[in-house]
Design a protein around this ligand. Structure first.
Ligand code: SF4
Ligand code: SF4
Length: 109
């Protein structure tokens, strides 16, 4: 699922530079995430970088746009053709939130 930003956003801008896919931008009222660019940071980080820096933790999974780890890794590869990513079965807790015990134990889906 892509991550999205709820209306609790306080427009601090902290998340925007942290996104490895430039998926975050300033919207009309709050910051927004382009779901076509969000990989939930799979391939780059073991957590969602936006949520990790957000002071009000309002970058949350979208229940309406669930995607598998494989789909998200494929998107990362497509978005960054010049970058070498681990194979799906080589992803670990540092490169996929799906394999990060801290993230899983925090109740993230
Ligand atoms: S989860 Fe990662 S890829 Fe998605 S918007 Fe946040 S920082 Fe960008
Ligand atoms: S870090 Fe959180 S509060 Fe700040 S702009 Fe991003 S989503 Fe909004």
């Amino acid at each position: 699922m892509a991550t999205f930003i709820t209306d609790e956003c306080i427009n601090c801008g902290a998340c925007e530079p942290e996104c490895p896919n430039n998926a975050i931008s300033e919207g009309d009222d709050i910051y927004v995430i382009d779901p076509a660019l969000c990989t939930e940071c799979v391939g780059f980080h073991g957590d969602e970088a936006c949520q990790s820096v957000c002071p009000v933790e309002c970058c949350v999974p979208s229940a309406d746009a669930r995607e598998t780890e494989a789909e998200l890794l494929a998107r990362a590869i497509k978005l960054h053709p010049d970058t070498t990513f681990p194979e799906l079965d080589e992803l670990d807790e540092a490169t996929s939130r799906f394999r990060n015990p801290d993230w899983i134990n925090a109740g993230r889906e």
